[in-house]
Design a protein around this ligand. Structure first.
Ligand SMILES: [Zn+2]
Ligand SMILES: [Zn+2]
Length: 426
């Protein structure tokens, strides 16, 4: 069996891995990497694909999937909610390309074919996908519909984690990792290969207390959050507190929240999210934005890394008042506006420099497994070969060495373009 790393080797983003046996070629994910200077793509698969498997809807895994269609049109496998979310994201990406006046990566026709070729999967229901492979999805506990695909073949079993979270969060129970299967090759995300997350309940408490403090002194709170997963989690936490200040949701999080509510069996406490959504005012127009910034408010909005979307308007309007706070709620890629804001306290918007006069804080709400959890699951799966992907160059060497030393397993951190050969021991 061969595994070719098309993207996501020693980097976070553009995940894509080609698994080839004697009889079939199957692609795991085909994502993009959004950099401050533009979009980066994975390498193109140089074979005819028999099947494509999508672990979850985030653009660094799904962003280029429709571009695979319009030719030989392989079957595409993902969970039902993943397809619903992808439809929103793919359409949005085409819109952004139009606004930015660049050629989109795929056309409407291609995303339509991708839709029609999709076989919707449930967790823990194996299905034969090629002559010599069967596929099972296990809940990854990362976002709505996220799965860890397991490929079973005569040449070995491959488990790909996609992005996963072991610990329980407000919206998810945590990864379903007790598989009862032999894993020969493990392809594992390694975003937090070098560190652990602080305790989730403590982060929530800090977050709530900080909001309270800001409101008490009469300020508003601006909360940039990823539309997919994070926005819903933030609304759940805030709505529960019954602050005496209106709570707004702006941006794509609105559409994604509606998808969440369609699949109450795919996450925890759907009732609570429904309650939270009932207490949330959805911002639909610019006029509404102009009105709401005049009063005290809590605003949850995209983009999570302050790179674009409605957050920029709010930032410009709220930054001058030292009573207002901005609270970042997730991973900030280097050199994004969110990252620059944390380091320098000011960002550039449309050519002007805007300094945030009030409090700026980041809360480590992560949907990824921390270092201890990574070691815990690798040890439980006990594979013959650990292929570490989806982690920064700076994290990987020490992480791989530690897996080899502490767990006694063979581990590698391939670069993009590398081909890994695996021969199953008889
Ligand atoms: Zn993800
Ligand atoms: Zn990812």
């Amino acid at each position: 069996m061969k595994i070719k790393v098309l993207g996501g080797g020693r980097e976070v983003g553009r995940a894509s891995y080609l698994v080839s046996t004697k009889q079939s070629n199957v692609l795991l994910d085909y994502g993009i990497k959004i950099e401050p200077y533009g979009i980066e793509y994975p390498q193109k698969p140089d074979v005819n694909l028999d099947a494509v498997i999508l672990s979850h809807a985030h653009m660094d895994h799904s962003g280029l999937i429709p571009a695979l269609f319009g030719g030989n049109n392989p079957d595409l496998y993902m969970t039902t909610p993943t397809l619903d979310i992808c439809d929103i994201l793919w359409k949005d990406a085409q819109k952004i390309a139009r606004i930015e006046d660049r050629k989109p990566e795929y056309n409407k026709e291609q995303s339509k074919i991708a839709d029609s070729k999709t076989k919707k999967m449930n967790y823990r229901k194996p299905i034969r996908i090629t002559k010599d492979m069967s596929l099972t999805f296990y809940d990854a506990g990362h976002i709505l519909g996220s799965g860890m695909p397991l490929l079973e073949t005569k040449e070995g079993n491959v488990l790909y984690t996609g992005d996963f979270k072991v610990d329980e969060t407000r919206l998810h129970y945590g990864a379903d990792y007790d598989l009862d299967k032999d894993i020969d090759v493990l392809i594992i995300e390694s975003t937090y290969g070098d560190r652990d997350h602080p305790d989730r309940t403590k982060i929530e408490r800090d977050f709530v207390n900080s909001i309270k403090k800001t409101l008490d002194k009469g300020g508003s709170v601006l909360i940039p959050a990823f539309a997919l997963g994070r926005a819903q989690e933030m609304l759940g936490i805030i709505a529960e507190e019954n602050f005496n200040v209106p709570l707004y949701l702006d941006g794509m999080g609105q559409k994604v929240s509606a998808v969440y509510l369609q699949y109450p069996n795919y996450f925890k406490e759907a009732y609570n999210l429904r309650q939270a959504m009932n207490k949330t005012i959805k911002v639909k127009t610019q006029k509404q934005r102009e009105e709401l910034v005049k009063k005290q408010a809590i605003i949850v909005t995209t983009a999570g890394m302050v790179e674009g979307g409605p957050v920029l308007y709010y930032f410009k309007r709220l930054c001058r008042n030292a009573e207002n706070s901005v609270y970042l709620t997730g991973f900030q890629v280097q050199e994004t506006k969110g990252d620059i804001l944390l380091k320098e306290g000011e960002i550039e918007i449309d050519g002007g420099l805007y300094k945030w006069e009030g409090e700026i804080k980041k809360f480590d709400f992560s949907a990824h497994a921390g270092r201890n959890n990574l070691f815990q699951v690798i040890s439980a799966w006990n594979p013959e070969l650990v292929v570490c992907v989806h982690g920064d160059e700076t994290v990987m060497p020490a992480y791989v060495k530690k897996i080899e030393e502490d767990l006694g397993l063979k581990a590698i951190a391939p670069k993009n373009g590398d081909v890994i050969e695996y021969n199953k021991k008889k």
